[in-house]
Design a protein around this ligand. Structure first.
Ligand code: TRP
Length: 455
């Protein structure tokens, strides 16, 4: 069986940025910012992305391209079977993420239709909406179906082609919405809240969230970039690609804030942020815009979210699929549907955890805390804030001490002859040997103890 590959460098960058840019940027980022002291969070987030995550991105892509294998097979191919647990953890983590992500993406898709129908009162009925099992199942399944359809067409004709259409459209929509948002009254207050840092809000918890968010947003720490990296050629300049992916991701998260905060502040609606921000507050804002404007702006906004989400679900699905195709020689068209159906089932507890099932809605109470955590939040805590940074930690340890830095340098140099001896090489090597393991390891440990054991 011939292994697929990206047809162009731009195609790879768009697909990888498409993976990075998702609900994490537009749905999660703004409320993390508002909970974390506005720009104080933003600054920490930027620091994590460029200083800690960048070397991990480069490492993942290099492993993938070097081995031309999926996240688990890559370690075997390098003769380091003992380390393939990093890949196994990654595949598992990807499945967990996709299971709840599809549920949220289903809400988003459903909202597109609600907005088109001018059903703005949905904001007061969000609780009811997410517990309307028929709707949620219908839209999540539809979303998964579209994702699987793209992935089943393979790398070039499926993933790359979708990214080439969706990413430019996404950027056009974002820019139009920002221009519109800035014309609203009081929008400047939103910008001020967003951009003026309140450092008193920073604590370990916020730092842990910022790190988790950086990993989640960059799709890092679970082998997605090993997988996508396995579909690129040796002439690809990994450093440049990694830079463009990071800039696109951070840039779009930043721009999403320029839409969200002016909207919220101009509406004068009091909100404590949180996951409901977009689903509860936004329809009210669109309603205040009045009739047809509300319908257009509202549906455009949720179409934007759907576009962002689908290039991400595609990448999440590709990780286990690529594993089945490479290692078990199961044809892509079968692998895709098998995995998609399994993940839909795994998502059911998350879908029920928003009030429908008491068991899943009050799933667990962490040590030392009084508030029960719902199943979806539990999966998010386990996968995003714990497994991803831990995966990143392991990947840097692996590259620095097991695969060895000279091999990394060789791999990167293939598409970048000036890399050897450059400042960038020194920086990456120093980072993956000392900075990343130390900081990622300790933040991971502290967040883990703090989150689950209240220490
Ligand atoms: N980065 C995406 C977002 O911001 C989510 C995502 C896609 C992801 N693929 C991933 C997260 C792989 C972690 C790992 O919404």
């Amino acid at each position: 069986m011939k292994r697929g590959s990206f047809n162009s460098r731009l195609g790879f960058i768009l697909a990888a940025s498409g993976s990075a840019v998702g609900l994490g940027n537009i749905w999660k980022f703004p409320f993390e910012v508002s909970n974390g002291g506005g720009a104080a969070f933003l600054i920490m987030y930027l620091f994590f992305c460029f200083i800690l995550c960048f070397p991990v991105i480069v490492s993942e892509i290099a492993i993938g391209r070097n081995t031309k294998k999926n996240a688990i097979g890559a370690f075997n191919k390098m003769g380091k079977r003992n380390w393939n647990f990093i890949g196994k953890m990654g595949v598992l983590c990807g499945i967990l993420i996709l299971s709840f992500y599809t549920v949220v993406a289903g809400w988003v898709l459903g909202y597109v239709f609600e907005m088109i129908n001018g059903n703005f009162s949905i904001s007061e009925n969000f609780g009811k909406y997410v517990n309307n099992t028929t709707n949620v199942i219908l839209y999540s399944t539809l979303f998964m179906f579209l994702t699987a359809l793209i992935v089943s067409r393979g790398i070039e004709k499926g993933i790359e082609k979708a990214a080439k259409i969706l990413m430019p459209s996404l950027i056009v929509i974002i820019i139009s919405l920002i221009i519109y948002a800035l014309t609203l009254p009081n929008s400047i207050d939103g910008i001020i809240f967003y951009l003026v840092p309140d450092f008193s809000q920073i604590n370990l918890n916020v730092a842990g969230n910022a790190l988790g968010q950086a990993f989640f947003s960059l799709s890092l720490g679970m082998g997605m970039l090993i997988t996508y990296g396995s579909y690129i050629n040796d002439d690809n300049n990994i450093i440049n690609s990694a830079t463009l992916i990071t800039l696109t991701d951070v840039g779009i998260a930043f721009l999403a804030g320029l839409i969200v905060f002016p909207f919220v502040f101009s509406s004068g609606i009091e909100t404590q942020g949180g996951p409901g921000l977009i689903f509860q507050v936004f329809p009210q804002i669109f309603q205040d815009l009045g009739g047809i404007t509300g319908i257009i702006v509202g549906s455009t906004f949720f179409i934007l979210l759907s576009f962002a989400a689908i290039t991400s679900t595609v990448s999440l699905l590709e990780v286990p699929v690529s594993y089945l195709v490479d290692e078990y020689k199961i044809e892509r068209k079968y692998s895709v549907w098998i995995v998609a159906i399994i993940i839909l089932f795994i998502g059911i507890p998350s879908a029920l955890s928003q009030g429908k099932s008491i068991f899943f809605s009050k799933f667990i109470t962490y040590f030392g805390s009084e508030k029960p955590i719902d199943f979806m939040q539990f999966i998010i805590d386990v996968s995003n804030d714990t497994l991803l940074p831990f995966g990143g930690f392991l990947i840097t340890i692996y590259v620095a001490f097991v695969w060895k830095k000279n091999n990394l340098t060789e791999e990167i140099s293939k598409g970048n002859p000036k890399y050897k001896g450059s400042l960038m090489e020194k920086y990456i090597n120093f980072s993956i040997t000392y900075v990343c393991p130390l900081i990622l390891g300790s933040i991971f440990l502290l967040t883990f103890l703090n989150k689950f054991f209240g220490i």
